[in-house]
Write a protein that binds this ligand. Structure first.
Ligand code: AGP
Length: 638
């Protein structure tokens, strides 16, 4: 498998001040100690966390025979079968304390060796870990010099070695001393073969929740795995470390001082718990977006030099200068994101860019030259038409790169270069956080190409700073979720809708229409605002609402005229307007406000507003939001 020189090996230039990349993908952690056999609790807990998406799973239990580990790539069901068929199943199932993990590969493929739990050098300490140990390379080199052997590519295994290097019979003390050396983030659970029944858990930047039971305690990375056993939970704060034995929980800080944390009541329904407390995966993923975008852009923006650091592209500025045209291929939402990339590349870099539906590209014998770069966009990395377009571009001798979310997917493997979104697994069929992460990367690609062409350092710094503001822009829209739900109630009864926009907002109109149609089954179409009078205006009437994107600076006055044309034909108008734009607000029947920002970055909050609008309309209509009829998450057939 070709490895993109991706973030894990990312070495920012010496002048780069920003911290090394910190990719926090929320894998799943479960730990248990108490009156029950641990194994069934651990496996069922992992099943509760499957919604987070993962590609490998493992468990470890502590027994008189030492630490026993069973782990493999693939699904929890396969792990469960492995344990069921195991010759020492009785021993595995007899232990009363253990830890478990589901891993979503970001650095290093989803292999058994890379799966958690990981052991220290003597096999006496096991741990599962979420987060990134930033100084893992230095620690690994230190231990290798001391003769340690490592079996995985992960930073988590290095952490297990570090803890064991401090172990002198007290696991809490060993973990405390180890974490004082750690740079980066962690949510961890570990245990020692020499302290049966004891778990030590710790948190910095990655959640750990402790479920308090009768003569038992279950820990997890989120409450979904806990509420089967208890609704009394302690949520650790950053730098908390806790020693747990049976139902006894002793919480300390990194300086070993005692800490008091008040238990909270988990009030989720079992159904909601499957989705981290949200009613639907789609809503969870919409609210994931600020963190997902932070993960996407982290370590990739160089505000000092006004450029982007996209090591996965494996292209020097010299090679970027040679790119004279960018061809973007994709399907559905990925194609809509590509359209925004087209606008940004031409706007920032002044070189031609065009988007093509992947199925068109693959069949029309495309004209692709040696100075073209073909960029394939695919969340799943498995879409058949996009994969075929990649192969056609490769066969045409083009420079090919991909923008993918799923590590190790087919499209990722078949292109020699690319950029992972690091948006975390996207479960809902309707793509939301993948879209805004795709757009974030496309703005960075446009910035990088532009700086190798005509964009000045000062202009680059301005754009880089605007890209870094994207998470806050999304948070501002998410904060108006309740108002959005109220607005949606005015439109849930219609069976048709137009979405209109200009410039950067035209692709947002297309994407907003796609979201509404695929989850609410309302016949929604996106059009360029100016296109209305070339036919679609014939359909305008009271029963045809129009959702107008009114955030596009240059074409704003023309779009307001289009809105007036709609109103003159009794069509209700919902405007997505910029905060403070009273003229736009007064032109519409209802408005959704987004923060003021440049039009190239306004596409992200505008898209999030339309995601929430579609979600609430579909919820009011009682639709199967996460699994809409006739749709699949990844279209791996033509
Ligand atoms: C988007 O909400 C849809 N689920 C669909 O259009 C999707 O974007 C398209 O099938 C492409 O999928 P990909 O990004 O995984 O290639």
């Amino acid at each position: 498998m070709k490895r993109w020189n991706e973030t894990s090996n990312h070495k920012p230039p010496q002048s780069q001040k920003s911290k090394p990349p910190l990719i926090i993908i929320m894998c799943g952690i479960v730990g248990y100690t108490g009156k029950r056999a641990a194994m069934p609790v651990l496996v069922s807990g992992l099943k509760k966390l499957e919604y987070r998406g993962y590609d490998s799973a493992g468990v470890a239990v502590a027994s008189q025979e030492g630490i026993l580990i069973r782990k493999q790539s693939g699904k929890v069901a396969g792990l469960d079968q492995l344990i069921h068929d195991d010759p020492i199943r009785a021993t595995l199932s007899g232990s009363h304390s253990g830890i478990a993990h589901t891993r979503w590969a970001t650095h290093g493929p989803p292999t058994t060796d890379n799966a958690h739990p990981h052991l220290g050098p003597n096999g006496r300490i096991a741990l599962v870990h979420n987060g990134i140990i930033e100084n893992h390379n230095a620690l690994r080199d230190r231990f290798k010099a001391d003769g340690h052997t490592f079996h995985s590519e992960t930073d988590s295994e290095v952490l297990a070695h570090l803890i064991e290097s401090h172990y002198q019979g007290d696991l809490l003390q060993a973990v405390t001393q180890a974490l004082r050396e750690v740079e980066g983030t962690y949510g961890l659970t570990c245990m020692s073969a020499d302290e049966l029944g004891v778990l030590v858990v710790a948190r910095r930047g990655s959640p750990i929740v402790i479920g308090l039971g009768d003569d038992e305690t279950i820990v997890a990375s989120d409450a979904s795995a806990i509420i089967t056993y208890t609704r009394q939970a302690i949520y650790l704060d950053d730098h908390d470390i806790a020693r747990i034995e049976g139902s006894h929980v002793d919480i300390r800080s990194l300086d070993s001082s005692s800490v008091t944390r008040t238990p909270a009541e988990i009030d989720w329904s079992p159904g909601a718990a499957e989705k981290g407390g949200y009613e639907h995966y789609m809503l969870k993923e919409i609210f994931d977006q600020p963190e997902a975008i932070r993960n996407t852009i982290r370590g990739r923006i160089d505000t000092g030099r006004g450029t982007a650091i996209l090591s996965g592209l494996n292209l020097t500025p010299r090679e970027l200068v040679d790119i004279q045209r960018l061809l973007i291929v994709g399907c559905g939402t990925s194609m809509n994101a590509g359209l925004i990339g087209e606008y940004a590349v031409e706007d920032f870099a002044g070189i031609p860019a065009e988007v093509e539906q992947a199925a068109e590209f693959r069949y029309r014998n495309p004209i692709v030259g040696s100075r073209d770069m073909v960029l394939a966009i695919s969340q799943s990395g498995e879409t058949a038409d996009t994969l075929a377009a990649v192969r056609e571009a490769v066969d045409k001798g083009s420079l090919v790169a991909a923008l993918v979310n799923v590590v190790g997917s087919t499209i990722a493997r078949e292109t020699g270069r690319g950029i992972y979104l690091h948006a975390g697994p996207e479960i809902s069929v309707a793509s939301t956080k993948a879209f805004t992460s795709q757009v974030s990367v496309l703005l960075m690609i446009a910035l990088k190409i532009a700086r190798a062409h005509r964009l000045s350092r000062e202009e680059g710094i301005q754009i880089a700073q605007e890209i870094e503001k994207l998470p806050e822009l999304v948070e501002a829209v998410l904060a108006s979720n309740d108002q959005l739900a109220e607005v949606a109630a005015h439109y849930a009864g219609y069976n048709n809708a137009f979405y209109i926009g200009r410039g950067y907002m035209f692709p947002v109109a297309l994407e907003g229409a796609l979201k509404l149609k695929e989850i609410s089954y309302i016949h929604a179409e996106g059009y360029h605002s100016a296109e209305l009078k070339h036919g679609p205006i014939a359909l305008l009437e009271e029963g045809m609402p129009v959702i107008a994107l009114l955030n596009e600076g240059p074409g704003q006055d023309k779009s307001l005229s289009n809105v007036a044309e709609c109103k003159a034909r009794s069509a209700p108008v919902l405007g997505v307007v910029t905060q403070g734009d009273d003229e736009a607000r007064q032109a519409c029947d209802h408005v959704i406000e987004i923060p003021s920002c440049p039009h190239y970055s306004a596409v992200v909050p505008a898209a999030v507003a339309l995601q929430l609008f579609a979600y609430h309309v579909a919820r009011i209509r009682g639709c199967a939001i996460d699994q809409p009829r006739n749709l699949a998450k990844s279209v791996t057939v033509e």
